[in-house]
Design a protein around this ligand. Structure first.
Ligand code: NAD
Length: 424
């Protein structure tokens, strides 16, 4: 049997430590009771599991997996599952805490959770991926459920993985349980609009932000890091609105054209060749340089901690839309605020996914499915309201958008905790 060790992390700083630091900063600004912060700065539950899988070679490999619930004061916990070689317990804990704040900011009745398995899904066969998913689901089967904790896709997982989680859970219960997971394929209880929802929500946030900055979609220069679920659709939507997407990238390569990239051609090129490199009419750009391009909107849509104290002062964007979770460190946040960069924080800018996941859960529980226009209209209402509420606090308290969003969210969770009382 081979034990798969975590590789050296892609993160410079301890993610959960940073998430706790952000919470303490907000508690200080908004004068939130320290007894409540004592509760909120820890995760309610963290499960560590071993996931042994018989590989195609016949050899058994044991992968390490996690499922963490940060808080359930406002409802069952909700959060994605990440398959990536750099997953760590600290990262999953940070992501679960951010989910609590995200759901509270959007005012949907969920707490926060996250899961992950240390693996490289690109190096697993389809059969290995399915077996890993089914064993991981079985290991956490008592911790998830439609009224308890509801997973969804994140980096390295997709609708197929969600279908296997749904099926494994349902087989064990003896009946189909639609509400156990969201981001499912449409033919097994997925919601119309879920696939594009995170990017659509980010687009709504950018739409409101450019209004505030007297900018227009037409000719807006947008640079997008990451060309997966979030980055690809965000680039596509921005292009569709008339903006010039000047740079896009994935983990292997980036491409640049100051006059704008044809995003449909980029999607086709990536499908054909497996990479963005070599896209006609573009020159290559590194992920590091993409972040420093002169543009109106920079959208980091890959992983955490890509904008740090080391490069924040060289960022040349007017607005940053955090498609990814945690791409900017707290130290970088301060530098960007001083430079006048408007940062649309992750818990606001990428919350479209969890909002439509909420719609999917509701539709699954009712076994009644909505039209796509209805999904998108309701998503627009929720995202626009959350943006305006955050903007109002940003202006009235003279704090950056992150502290405004966190302030609103943490206060909502703190109020729910107070109302419920501390058990026993
Ligand atoms: P994904 O796996 O579909 O895509 C990730 C993309 O990032 C891929 O194009 C990959 O090549 C690229 N990437 C990986 N490492 C990179 C690196 N070092 N530099 C540049 N690019 C790199 O994942 P996703 O679902 O699009 O998630 C991306 C981010 O958005 C994550 O932070 C995730 O937590 C966040 N997010 C996702 C959702 C969702 O609904 N999928 C919702 C909210 C937030």
């Amino acid at each position: 049997m081979t034990i798969v060790d975590a590789p050296v992390s892609h993160l410079q700083e301890d993610p959960f430590g940073l998430a706790q630091e952000q919470l303490r900063k907000v508690a200080d600004i908004f004068k939130i009771d320290s007894n409540l912060i004592e509760v909120l700065q820890q995760c309610k539950k963290a499960v560590v599991v071993s996931v042994p899988v018989t590989m195609d070679s016949g050899q058994v490999q044991a992968f390490e997996g996690y499922r963490v619930t940060h808080n359930i004061a406002r409802g069952p916990s909700k959060g994605g599952i990440r398959y990536h070689p750099g997953v760590s317990l600290s990262e999953v804990k940070a992501l679960s805490m951010w989910m609590t704040w995200k759901c509270a900011l959007m005012n949907i009745p969920f707490g926060g959770a996250k899961g992950g398995v240390i693996c490289d899904p690109k190096r697993l066969s389809r059969g290995e991926l399915q077996n890993l998913t089914r064993r991981y689901t079985t290991e956490i089967i008592n911790d998830i459920g439609p009224e308890k904790d509801i997973p969804a896709p994140d980096v390295g997982t997709d609708a197929s993985v969600m279908a296997w989680i749904f099926d494994t859970y349902s087989m064990n219960k003896g009946h189909s349980v639609l509400g156990v997971v969201t981001g499912k394929p449409l033919n097994v209880g997925g919601s119309l609009g879920r696939l594009e929802a995170t990017a659509r929500g980010a687009m709504y946030s950018i739409r409101e932000a450019i209004r505030k900055r007297d900018l227009k979609w037409d000719g807006l220069r947008v640079a997008v890091q990451g060309f997966g679920n979030v980055g690809l659709y965000l680039a596509k939507f921005a292009h569709g609105e008339g903006s010039k997407v000047t740079a896009i990238s994935d983990s292997q390569s980036g491409v640049y054209n100051p006059n704008g990239i044809d995003i449909e051609a980029a999607i086709a090129h990536k499908q054909e060749t497996g990479a963005l490199a070599g896209l006609r009419g573009t020159e290559s750009i590194s992920n590091e340089d993409l972040l420093l391009l002169k543009c109106d909107v920079l959208a980091p849509c890959a992983l955490e901690q890509v904008i740090t104290a080391d490069n924040a002062d060289k960022v040349n964007a007017s607005i940053i839309c955090e498609g990814a979770n945690g791409p900017i460190t707290p130290a970088a946040d301060e530098i960007l605020y001083d430079k006048g960069v408007l940062v649309l924080p992750d818990i606001l800018a990428n919350a479209g996914g969890v909002v439509v996941s909420y719609f999917e859960w509701v539709q699954g529980l009712q076994e009644y499915f909505w039209k796509e226009d209805e999904v998108n209209a309701r998503l627009n209402d929720i995202c626009t309201r959350a943006f305006n509420e955050t903007w109002a606090v940003h202006e009235s308290r003279t704090v950056n958008m992150r502290n405004a969003a966190y302030g609103l969210a943490v206060q909502r969770v703190a109020e729910a905790t107070t109302t419920r009382g501390l058990y026993p």
